[in-house]
Design a protein around this ligand. Sequence first.
Ligand code: URA
Length: 481
Amino acid sequence: MNMVAQLKGAARFTVAMPRSDDFDYWREQARVLVQCDIPPDHVSWTEPGGTQDLFTDTGGVLPEPADAGKLVRAPKRFLALARNAALHSNPQRFALLYGLLWRLQERPGIMQDKADPDVRRLEELDKNVRRDSHKMHAFVRFREVRETAENGSNVEPHYVAWFEPDHHILRANAGFFKRRFANMRWSILTPRGSLHWDTETIREGPPAQRSDAPEGDPTEDLWRTYYASIFNPARLKVSAMLSEMPKKYWKNMPEAALIPELIASAQSREAQMVSAGEREVRERPTSLVDIERGVDTCRDCPIAKCGTRTVMGEGPSGATLMIIGEQPGDQEDLAGRVFVGPAGQVLDAQLQRAGIDRKAAYVTNAVKHFKFVQRGKRRLHQNPTAKEIDTCRWWVEAERAIVKPKLVLALGSSAARSLLGKTVSVKQVRGAPITLQDGSELWVTVHPSYLLRLDGDARAEQEALFAADLAAVKSRLAEVA
Ligand code: URA
């Protein structure tokens, strides 16, 4: 009997998840189950440490079905939400995902049905997990551990943090910490597992206890200073701050010691600012990590609530060239990385042609969140307004102050506005540099998505102009390097 027939014949089937956060494994098993026509009420999902359903047969790992060609419908939006929801600690999550996947085969439009209880539940799980990840980014605090080598000499410091996530988010966030603290040796210990980075490789370790992590040390002073400087009552009301920083995290956070003082001074600081007529007095962040944290919690414009996540710039923090686009698109929002979608491919090809190394540049956007309208299954890009660009400009300036590029290449008019604070005509300003206040040079060209919208001669003509703009930047790069 082939696998499909075997599965169809089985009364119930149990899928034992090898890890609590293994979405790809769930996806693979769910695909086979759908292809084998196994309805959700015939499937149980178990995970390590979970309670086994004693009344089901244990099916083990599913091999490839004979009917592997059968199309399984899984819309992008479902997959994006499901990938996060799979990290939730709710033991029913895999069953919920499979139930929804099953229903999507008959009703592919369900994901647009805001009233559907399964879709709402999925959205809720996704939101909880995103919030947990956000807290991890914001509240992990490293303590320095000085180790002594066998010969008695000091070895590089090791930074250790303790964190208590609500969900299975540790592995999913490894990349974030790897990128942000690339040059530090660090460990993040949690009750669900641990991560260890030695500046080259990341290792996973077993669950830890609070007592495995060191108590306070001088890095705490750094955090206290940092925190007091970013605390701004005009932007962040005390109640909002407290809800953002639940008590359970306080014990791991040196800056929590400042809270009574901050609360006491908040009202008078707020009054002072109002009377000074200031919109805000906010210290400029001193690192790209601070900027990412700040943008993540920024609620100065409505776009911040759009999209799945903040998409930060990427590239070396001392890059000579900064390339700035408009805002992340659909694919950038899903991947959490700048210029990885169709416009990014055009940009990559053109940069390569011009001999500009994208990896050596710091690539970012005028606006850090994806602004869109939902049309059926599709999320359609919407241009940010001038006000939204101007609001996000503060963060772009903070990035420039840290990266200190000698040349800035603005792609399109939103990017140009972000640099200049006013709208300019790309046609008029392209081809010659504009000196910015800090002495760096701004070069403006069109956005690569403009090229994508053209075809035939018009496209060839615009591509040639774009290539000429990049060639000019390339030759300036050689001069200023
Ligand atoms: N368009 C942009 O302006 N930026 C991106 O990151 C992707 C598309």
